[in-house]
Design a protein around this ligand. Sequence first.
Ligand code: ADP
Ligand code: ZN
Length: 713
Amino acid sequence: MDEQLLHEHLQKHFGFREFRPLQSDIIRDALAGRDSVVLMPTGGGKSICYQLPSVILDGITLVVSPLIALMKDQVQGLRANGIEAVFLNSSLTSDEKRKVVDRINSGSVNLLYVAPETIFSGSFISFLQSLKISLIAIDEAHCVSSWGHHFRPEYRKLNMLKEIFPDVPTMALTATADRVVRSDIGELLGMNSPKTYISSFDRPNLSLAVLPGQKKWEQILRIVRRHEKESGIIYCGSRKATETLAEKLQNYGYSAENYHAGMTSEEREGVQDRFIQGDTDIICATIAFGMGIDKSDIRFVIHYNMPGNIESYYQEIGRAGRDGLPAETVLFYSYRDVQTHMGFIQEIDNEQYRKIQTAKLNRMQEYAEAQVCRRKILLSYFSETLEDDCGNCDVCKNPPKFFDGTILAQMALSAVARTNEKIGVTTLVDILKGTYSKSVNENSYNKIKTFGVGRDTTAFAWQLYIQQFIQQGILEIDYKEHYNLRLNDLSRKVLKGETKIKLVSYEVIKERKEEQKKPAMKKLDLKESINESMYEYLREVRNRIAKEKGMQAFRVFSNESLRDMCAQKPVDMQGFMEIHGVGEYKAQLYGMTFLKAIAEYQKGKSQGDTYKITQEMYAKGKSVSEIAKERELQETTIYSHIAHLIGKGEEIDVMKLLSRDELDRIADARKEIKDTTKLKPYFELLGGNVSYGKIRVGLAYLENNLFWDHSPV
Ligand code: ADP
Ligand code: ZN
């Protein structure tokens, strides 16, 4: 099928103008009956690869997916675009199942989503054989490999599909980047020399930063302040943490909710819906959150705790900035997280699996501690290379400076030696700083010679330096003995002064913090580029439609589509069809309503707004005539705006408009005339040399400043 025709289908059914990289190649392969393995990062646009062929091909596209929640979501999304899709899984009652089967038999269904266990239950296979299956898509295909951590035994049996339907093209899709898993997929699913498509995992719009896991709350506040009224996710390692964090944020006036697997499914669905619709800005969640969430304007993802491997981490940060606009990601890193993961790993019975997980944890830790471009590390993990440093990670923004840290190292090492290697990092910092902590008091560490020698360095800096000592191998952690610190041969050399130690300057961290305090410039650009009040207006329209139809708001139009409407302000159906996410079906359903709303907004530009604009321009120091000229309004109108604002108690600097003398004269006239509803008597009484506009503003001012007459000059 030629490119032109494919584009038409993409536009018609999904409202997208362009294919993302590889999509059209993958689709053409499927249409030509070839097998393929598709590796794309989360949010890369895998679904279209089989959804688009499903509307072109005769018959049914069978989609195997292990995620029941996601299935429902996808089916709803497709139906909102007018594409017939159904799903079968264990969540349906037998009555509902029967209805679905009826619909399938009626021949109108394009896509059938099933859970793998459904395929192998009862007589399902023979039911499938009775249908015309034109394409098989196996989503989350990495579940077939026992090397990954999402292995599902039922997936192993999926190779049967290829035996039963040898001529039906099969597409395996995954966001997994694990090399071993990748190489397994095609073979385990019994595919016919499939073509492998690997799209770049690079997401240059995501900024990357790792911050020390101390005083996290203060740092989080700083981050969320940078993203006022924007969506974000904070991933936490424990349910409890999600709850406390959400509550704290609420106490600070942020719209935040928590989400974890311990909540009922209704509760979770509610949280998810409110987040997607933009009613809740911040979700504090365990990793249970976010799978299959189709929200493209997430502006930040924070990891309160470090994940156990780079795949999970990359998948989670990948939920930010799917719209391609700048998004911020921050990982808090502390030893405790490594220790927690180590604890879990120790409990794994299977030795080989335990080793893999340990190796993965090591890679994650190395990443967090790295002093080279972080994106380079991530991409190299996914077998990609980045020629130049990315410029959008914390290391690139603040390349490390080294200094001679031998003396600091000697202080730390000798403290460890003098406590007979019985302390962990926290107590070591206490000793160096001379802090009378519980553990110091209990063990009389205040008596040892090194107590307080490192007073001049902050505890924060000490943590970072000790971290580097461990990375450089002059201190070791004994995982079996309460994570106590141990010395080795190398440490003894340092103590004797035989080896020098280089440290990354604490300044780097400080600079990093300064950087954090600066408002994000890009965000401002984004904000100013669209009209926020128009956006709000269209959101209301959308939410009303959703309510009337009993649909989720984003199914009507995503926020992204609304933003595009604000930017493009279409005036007719042609223009409306150009909007991101608007296909024929949605255009027919909602086009007129939104076109009308856009026109109304343009015409009305609600009164409140026009005052605000005047106020802002005036506050910036523009004169009335300048404002009038720029806004193409009469000067008298601008004066009336200012009078109105004064009346509403807004802070307006009147003295820029009126001299003290003029104001006095208006005040005198007011005493005489009393009636303030007509301006002409004032104009005449003042001899015609104070303009109507000034009189108007002056009267409004006097109305609101009863003591003008008595105020000192
Ligand atoms: P994945 O399954 O790879 O995680 P999705 O298929 O859910 O990703 O797509 C992610 C987002 O990108 C969705 O919002 C989808 O509508 C959007 N998308 C996919 N393809 C395109 C395209 N060609 N143009 C614009 N948006 C697209
Ligand atoms: Zn970088």
